[in-house]
Design a protein around this ligand. Structure first.
Ligand SMILES: Cc1cc2nc3c(=O)[nH]c(=O)nc-3n(C[C@H](O)[C@H](O)[C@H](O)COP(=O)(O)O)c2cc1C
Length: 345
């Protein structure tokens, strides 16, 4: 049996395999009200039928102006909880565990009239200069993350992932390239970690499920000023201390820079492995892990503990079945007998 397609238990979260659908915004909320639509049932339901162990629902905003675009999902209002809960129930019925990524887009909220950030520095020349958050506004954002996590808990999710990556708000506090604050939320690494620390500990106190954080471990900056790998190892140790269950390692998105390393399968995995050396909690890896052989090799060689699949699951719903064939995993069970018959010619 392959490791990729074998079960794993992390705390009280049991997954039927180690394949996780990476959060991917679908921009399908046509009414712009943050509510789940029939599209989300079909889109995520198809991946559940295709046996994805854990589906992490796309970046879901904790404030209307924290959306990347006005077509994003949201959990900023109690009205949004019921439909979300129905979506979670339907995915559970289809056999997948369900997570949601809670997010605030910060200065990358393209439809916000006044985007917010740690400091008033625009992402690029075509984006609006954000407003640097006041201490009261930081308090509000912290409260809104926690309120959204309560709604997610009520909706029955197994996992909440805090979006601390890709240059969105929490990342804008973590990165010294953007965070130029002079108060207790800026300056030292501990100060830049403060917002994530507060959100993580508040959520941990009220959410009984598995709490994950996604981080971007490189800003692809050449000036020598970005957080170092040692800094990120320190952040991950703090996250472990704060009760986080899994670190999900990505890169980029803070600056308007392309990656300055070759984009091959698993190009982000060395960053995950570096975090594994610093913490005792599982570490997930993402990024061009389309090859089942590569994914299996990463797990077998303990470079990471979980494999997140993004775009390949948009291209090929049957990726897990194909992976089972490629890995000669004869234990793999299709969703039901009829799907099993579909494999025979
Ligand atoms: C359409 C699309 C939407 C995405 N939305 C999100 C998102 O909501 N949250 C996030 O953390 N990453 C998001 N990403 C990044 C993916 O989760 C993933 O990290 C990235 O695509 C690399 O993995 P892959 O090579 O398997 O696609 C998105 C990527 C795509 C292609």
């Amino acid at each position: 049996m392959s490791l990729l397609l074998s079960p794993i238990t992390i705390g009280n979260l049991s997954l039927k395999n180690r394949v996780v659908m990476s959060p991917m915004c679908m921009y399908e909320v046509k009414k712009q009200d943050g509510m789940v639509t029939p599209f989300h049932f079909a889109h995520y339901g198809a991946r559940a039928i295709a046996n994805v162990g854990l589906i992490i629902i796309e970046a879901t905003a904790v404030q209307p102006d924290g959306r990347i675009t006005k077509y994003d999902l949201g959990l900023w209002d109690d009205k949004q909880t019921e439909k979300f809960s129905q979506l979670v129930d339907s995915l559970h019925y289809l056999g997948s565990k369900v997570g949601v990524q809670l997010a605030h887009a910060g200065r990358k909220a393209v439809d916000a009239q006044q985007p917010l950030a740690s400091s008033a520095i625009a992402f690029n020349t075509s984006s609006i200069t954000p407003k640097a958050l006041s201490l009261d506004e930081i308090k509000q954002i912290r409260a809104d993350f926690v309120a959204a996590s309560k709604r997610a808990q009520q909706a029955g999710v197994d996992v909440i992932e805090i979006h601390g990556a890709h240059g969105y708000l929490i990342n804008e506090f973590l990165s010294p390239l953007i965070n130029q604050r002079g108060d207790e939320y800026g300056g030292s690494l501990a100060n830049r970690y403060r917002l994530l620390h507060e959100i993580a500990t508040d959520m941990r106190a009220q959410f009984s499920g598995s709490l994950w954080v996604r981080l971007s471990l490189s800003d692809y900056d050449q000036s020598g000023q970005q957080n170092s790998i040692a800094d990120w190892q320190q952040v991950c140790q703090w996250l472990e201390r704060d009760g986080i269950d899994v670190i999900d390692v990505s890169t980029g998105g803070v600056m308007d820079y392309a990656p300055n390393l070759p984009l091959h399968g698993g190009y982000q995995t060395p960053f995950a492995t570096a975090m594994k050396q610093a913490v005792n909690i599982p570490v997930a890896t993402v990024g061009l892990l389309d090859s089942p052989d590569l994914a299996e090799y990463i797990l077998q060689t303990k470079q990471a503990d979980l494999i997140l699949e993004g775009r390949v699951l948009l291209r090929n719903i049957n990726w897990l079945a194909d992976a089972a064939r490629q890995l000669h995993d004869h234990h793999y069970q299709h969703f039901n007998d009829s799907y099993q018959q579909g494999q025979m010619k």
